[in-house]
Design a protein around this ligand. Structure first.
Ligand code: NAP
Length: 243
């Protein structure tokens, strides 16, 4: 450990969805902190990157299993960031159950499977860091995104459940709940001048969040400086929840 405990030199990280949106900020921050990074996603990088890529479809159990096997065949994985997520919008009364399943597959079932596949060797070594991406909708219900809200509520509870089983065995499981972040996921909200202004005015920091804002929080939770932090859902929202 360095003096401050924030360095990730010599650590290996896996980030799902690590080339786009918040994931790009997380990958960049982990690389800057000294970690080697492997990204699991459907699409590859848009630009040159030091991160490795294993093409993975998180909607497919066998694709996830084979990606984890490939990543682990290169050596131990010290940090798992379950960043990838998806959102489908319909009024609750007519929400197609096939879309419900699609959201739950990527946002929850894939996370459980990855926690098992990467968590098992962490538990054997007695060390590891898992960081899940929750949401403000882990606490609030949202409107016309009931599957997303329910899946993110479940992510917060999964994080606590794994903490209770794994903290005493050297594995830190925590989550980050981003607020309103300027990514593709929010393209429709950002394009709506009225909603976009209403949201900005309610954020105490007076701006939408960026992928960099989340990257710093991930590096902290992945570092030895956060060794005694377990089962937390760290809100990174410019103060939204305080209002
Ligand atoms: N943006 C926000 O305001 C906000 C707020 C709270 C929480 N979050 C959470 O933060 C995380 C990142 O969000 P974001 O805003 O960066 O979303 P985004 O811009 O829509 O990016 C989604 C990422 O997930 C990956 N992904 C989606 N489906 C996948 C699949 N089937 N297989 C593999 N990868 C898949 C995508 O990669 P490929 O398309 O290349 O596969 C992409 O990298 C999500 O869990 C989201 O729920 C976001």
């Amino acid at each position: 450990m360095d003096d401050t405990g924030f360095s990730l030199t010599g650590k290996t990280a896996v980030v799902t969805g690590g080339f786009r949106g918040l994931g790009a900020g997380i990958t960049a921050a982990l690389l800057d902190a000294g970690a080697e990074v492997t990204v699991l996603s459907r699409g590859g990088p848009d630009a040159a990157t030091r991160a490795r890529w294993i093409q993975t479809d998180l909607a497919d159990e066998s694709s996830i299993a084979s990606a984890a096997e490939q990543a682990l065949s290169r050596g131990p994985v010290h940090i798992l960031v379950n960043n990838a997520g998806t959102q489908i919008r319909h009024p609750a009364v007519e929400f197609p159950l096939s879309d419900w399943d699609a959201v739950f597959q990527v946002n929850l079932r894939a996370v459980v499977q990855l926690c098992q596949l990467f968590g098992a060797p962490m538990l054997q070594r007695g060390a590891g860091k898992i960081i899940n991406l929750a949401s403000l909708l882990s606490f609030q219900g949202g409107v016309t995104v009931p599957a997303y809200s329910a899946s993110k509520g479940a992510i917060a509870q999964l994080t606590k459940a794994l903490c209770n089983e794994w903290a005493g065995r050297g594995v830190n499981v925590n989550a980050i709940a981003p607020g309103y972040m300027d990514t593709e996921m929010n393209a429709a909200l950002i394009a709506d001048p009225v909603r976009s202004r209403q949201i900005s005015e309610r954020i105490p920091a007076a701006r939408w969040g960026t992928p960099q804002d989340v990257g710093g929080a991930v590096v902290f939770l992945a570092s030895e400086a956060a060794a005694y932090i377990h089962g937390q859902v760290l809100v990174v929202d410019g103060g939204w929840m305080a209002r």
